[in-house]
Design a protein. Structure first.
Length: 532
C-alpha cells in the first residue's frame, strides 16, 4: 500500500480535468457532426422532392416548386457554412485556452518544486540551529532560569487558585449564617465598629451565642489569603514572563544569524506565487467553461443559424403542394416515382435514427460537463485545504486514484470523495522541534512558525483528532463536562512539563482571572452551622 503525495494527488485531479475536457470536446464534435447530418439529410430529402417534381411537371403549375426548393437548399447550406466558420473559431480559442491552462499548470508544478526545496532548507537550518543551541552554555543557563521561573509561577498560580476555590467552598457556611454576616458587615470586633448602648449590648449577646470571636478572624483570613497568594502569583508570573522573553530573544537571534528569516521570505514568496497562479487557473477554468458552453450551443444545434436552416427546410416540407406531390407519386404506375419515394422513405428512417443519436449524445455531453465542473470545484477545494503542500500525503495512493475514477463514473458523490480523502490524508511534519526552547511554554513557537504554509492541514488533522476525543469524553460523561481549577493550561517544555502544567499566557503577561466554584464546608459552620 504505497503512499501518494498531495502534489501527485493534485496532478491526478488535473489530469482527470484535462481528460474530461478532451472527452467533452470530442463529444461536442460528434454532436455537431450528427446535427449537421440531420440538416444534410433534410437537404437530400429536398433534392428528392425536386426529382419528383421534374417527373411530375404535368401535375405542377409551371416550375415554381423547383425554384423554391433550390432557393431553400441554398439558404440552408449557406447557413451551415456560416456556422462551420463560427465553430472553427470557437475550437481555435479553446485550443489557445487549454494551452494557456497547461502552461499555468506547468508553472505551478515548477513552483511546487521550489516550495518543497524552500521548506526543506528552512527545516534543515532550524534543525542545525537547535543542535547548536543544545550545547550552548549561555543558552542552556537561560533555559534553566526560564524553566525554574515558570515552575515557581505555575506552583504559585495553583496555590492561589486552590485558595480561591477554598474561599468559595469554605466561606459558604459563613455567608449562609445571617447573624454572623450581620456582625461581620458592621465590623463587630474591629475598630470600625461604632454601635453604642442597647445595640452594642445586643450585638455582644449575639456574638457570644454564635461564637463570633473565634469565627471572625478565621473568615477574615479566608478572605485575605487568596488575595495575597494571587498577588504573589502575579509577581512571580511577571518574572517568569521576563525570563521567557529573554529565552525567546535568544531563539530569534539564533534564527536570524542562520538566515532563516530570508529563507522564510523566499518560501512565502513562492507560496504567494502559487496562490496567484491558482487564482489565474480559476479564471482560466471559468473562461474555458464559457467557451465550452458556447461550443455546446453549436454542437447541440441551438444556435440561430442551425435553427434557421431547420426552419427553412421544415416549412418547405410542410407545404401543401409538396405533400400533394408525394401523395400523387405513390399512386402513379411509373417506376421512376416509386424509386424516388423509396429513397425518401429511407432518408426519413435514417433521419429518425440520427435524431435519436443526437438526443443520446446530448445527454452524455451534459453529464460530461457536470463532471468537468465538479472536478474544477474539487481542484479549487483541494488547493484551498492545502492538501498539496510539502509534507501532505495520502496513505493509500491506489485508493485515492480509485475514488477519482469512481467520481468520474458517477459511482461516488463529491461528499464521499472528500470523506475518503480526509480518512487517508497524513501530514509528515518537518524535523524541527516546535517545542524547542521558548516554543515549549505553550505561548506559540518561533520554530517553523513563520508562515501558514503547511500549518492548516496539521491544524485540521489535530482538530479532528481532538474533536473526536472530546466527543467521546462528552458521550461517556453523559454529554456534559466542566473544568475548574488552575487558569494555566496544560503543555510541555521541550517535551517535558513543569509539575504537569504550563502557563499558556501571552508574552505580554496578561492573565485570565481565577475561576471560583461554590461549595459547602464539611461538618457545618459555627454554633449555627459548625466551626471553620
Amino acid at each position: 500500500m504505497a503512499e501518494m503525495s498531495g502534489r501527485n494527488a493534485l496532478n491526478n485531479i488535473q489530469q482527470a480535468i484535462k481528460d474530461e475536457q478532451d472527452r467533452t470536446r470530442r463529444l461536442d464534435g460528434e454532436l455537431a457532426t450528427a446535427n449537421d447530418q440531420l440538416v444534410k439529410i433534410d437537404v437530400a430529402r429536398a433534392q428528392h422532392f425536386k426529382e419528383l417534381a421534374r417527373l411530375r411537371l404535368n401535375f405542377l403549375r409551371g416550375d415554381d416548386i423547383l425554384s423554391r426548393i433550390d432557393q431553400t437548399d441554398r439558404q440552408a447550406l449557406a447557413l451551415l457554412s456560416k456556422r462551420s466558420e463560427v465553430v472553427a473559431t470557437i475550437r481555435a480559442r479553446l485550443d489557445e485556452a487549454e494551452a494557456a491552462r497547461a502552461a499555468l499548470e506547468a508553472r505551478r508544478d515548477a513552483l511546487g518544486d521550489e516550495l518543497e526545496a524552500a521548506s526543506k532548507a528552512i527545516d534543515d537550518a532550524e534543525v542545525a540551529v537547535q543542535e547548536r543551541l543544545k550545547v550552548d552554555a549561555a543558552y542552556l543557563a537561560q533555559q534553566r532560569e526560564a524553566q525554574e521561573a515558570e515552575r515557581v509561577a505555575v506552583h504559585a498560580d495553583e496555590k492561589a487558585t486552590l485558595s480561591e476555590q477554598e474561599q468559595d467552598s469554605k466561606g459558604e457556611s459563613y455567608r449562609a449564617d445571617r447573624l454572623f454576616m450581620y456582625l461581620y458587615e458592621r465590623g463587630y470586633g474591629t475598630p470600625a465598629y461604632r454601635a453604642r448602648g442597647l445595640t452594642r449590648w445586643l450585638d455582644g449577646k449575639i456574638a457570644r451565642l454564635i461564637g463570633y470571636q473565634d469565627a471572625r478572624p478565621n473568615y477574615a483570613r479566608l478572605l485575605d489569603l487568596p488575595v495575597r497568594l494571587r498577588e504573589h502569583a502575579e509577581f512571580v508570573g511577571a518574572q517568569a514572563d521576563e525570563e521567557f522573553a529573554k529565552l525567546k530573544a535568544l531563539d530569534e537571534h539564533a534564527r536570524a544569524e542562520a538566515g532563516i528569516a530570508e529563507l522564510e521570505a523566499r518560501r512565502d514568496a513562492v507560496a504567494g506565487g502559487i496562490e496567484s497562479i491558482d487564482a489565474e487557473i480559476t479564471e482560466a477554468a471559468a473562461a474555458n467553461q464559457e467557451l465550452l458552453a458556447k461550443a455546446e450551443t453549436y454542437a447541440t444545434g441551438e444556435d440561430a443559424e442551425f435553427q434557421q436552416a431547420v426552419t427553412y427546410l421544415s416549412s418547405e416540407f410542410g407545404r401543401d403542394d409538396v405533400k400533394t406531390l408525394r401523395q400523387q407519386a405513390l399512386t402513379t404506375p411509373f417506376p421512376e416515382d416509386d424509386v424516388v419515394v423509396s429513397q425518401l422513405l429511407d432518408l426519413e428512417a435514417e433521419r429518425a435514427l440520427q435524431a435519436q443519436t443526437v438526443a443520446e449524445l446530448k445527454k452524455v455531453a451534459e453529464a460530461n460537463r457536470a463532471r468537468l465542473n465538479e472536478l474544477e470545484q474539487i481542484r479549487r477545494e483541494f488547493t484551498r485545504r492545502q492538501y498539496d503542500v510539502p509534507g501532505s500525503t495520502f496513505s493509500n495512493g491506489t485508493m485515492v486514484a480509485t475514488v477519482i475514477s469512481q467520481l468520474l463514473m458517477g459511482a461516488l458523490s463529491k461528499e464521499s470523495f472528500w470523506n475518503v480523502l480526509q480518512q487517508q490524508r497524513r501530514y509528515n511534519p518537518p524535523r524541527t522541534d516546535t517545542t524547542f526552547g521558548s516554543g515549549g511554554f505553550g505561548r506559540g513557537t518561533v520554530w517553523g512558525g513563520g508562515s501558514s504554509v503547511g500549518r492548516d492541514i496539521g491544524g485540521q488533522i489535530l482538530g479532528e483528532v481532538l474533536g473526536g476525543l472530546l466527543g467521546e469524553m462528552a458521550r461517556s460523561s453523559g454529554g456534559s463536562s466542566s473544568s475548574r481549577g488552575s487558569s494555566r493550561s496544560g503543555g510541555g517544555f521541550g517535551g517535558g512539563s513543569f509539575g504537569g502544567t504550563s502557563r499558556a499566557r501571552s508574552s505580554g503577561g496578561s492573565r485570565p482571572s481565577s475561576t471560583r466554584s461554590s461549595g459547602s464546608i464539611r461538618g457545618g459552620g459555627f454554633k449555627t452551622g459548625g466551626k471553620f
